[in-house]
Design a protein around this ligand. Sequence first.
Ligand SMILES: Nc1ncnc2c1ncn2[C@@H]1O[C@H](COP(=O)(O)OP(=O)(O)O)[C@@H](O)[C@H]1O
Ligand SMILES: [Mg+2]
Length: 318
Amino acid sequence: MSAVASFAPRGAAPMPTPPVPTQAVPMPTVPTQAVPMPPVPAQAVPMPTVPMPPVPAHAVPMPHATTPAADSLRVRDAGIRFGELTVFEHLDFAVGEGEFVSLLGPSGCGKSTLLKAMAGLAPLSSGAIDVCSGRPGERRMALVFQKPLLLPWRTLLENVLLPAEIGLGGNAVGAADRARARRLIELVRLGGFADAYPHQLSGGMQQRAALARALMSDAEILLMDEPFGALDELTRTTLNEELLQIWRSSATRLKTVVMVTHSIAEAVALSDRVLVFSSRPARIIDTVSIAPEQPRQPDDPEVARIIKRLRASIRAVL
Ligand SMILES: Nc1ncnc2c1ncn2[C@@H]1O[C@H](COP(=O)(O)OP(=O)(O)O)[C@@H](O)[C@H]1O
Ligand SMILES: [Mg+2]
């Protein structure tokens, strides 16, 4: 999917588009010849209306429609300060519905804080973050962290059921939720381990369980903070492939993924677009759209060029 297309306003977009600064995507500071980028139409420019049939809310095989219908998230002039410490300010970018965006940047620059702000868990000091997916007032989001954070006294099935239980105010879940939890456990390839306890699962299996629990909340937007950072490379590669399959499948409502990662290889393998942040106060110093089809091979000349460019961008801010 063309990530750039997510910036193109669509006649059929359901949300009114507030004015967004046309400078929302800062220009790359690394040599611009490295990756030819198609021109990004500014949101403020009126586009011809493309006649489109009415789209039922949840009937669409979303993630890989060729052009996202709208933005899922809009970060507008956002800033967060902790006392004297400015983590970021004047941050502007949008994530398209169905887009997979990775955030790369030096340790401590504010990536986790930004992700928490997107989830509504860290208050902004200035600006706004609009969550456009889902019904108004409903944040259909889920978070996955580097640590799986499973409850050790609960089985895998009981851990996955937790969001449903919380949704019911602690009341017992019904047969439909149990069946859905079991389906998600199958989806993350843990079928047969539903009654196992976390200590009986490997690190990769625990992280799969955390993903199933996140999907149980019926999220349209998945925010992941270095989800596979603690895993060995082979497990990580496998989980990357599985995540892509889940993101593409119509088995869940998942549409949009924002992932923080330290790994350029992971970002390039998974993302439609990578945003590179500077050190604090964080600003976006490079935006790279990744067009090659998955699975992406590092020796593909275009992929190699993107990896080289991202390495240069990261080096510039370390
Ligand atoms: N709740 C908090 N109170 C004070 N400072 C914080 C808080 N959360 C994060 N910070 C600071 O904000 C900066 C960004 O942190 P973080 O978002 O975790 O960075 P990253 O995820 O990019 O490594 C760090 O300097 C960190 O110490
Ligand atoms: Mg972090």
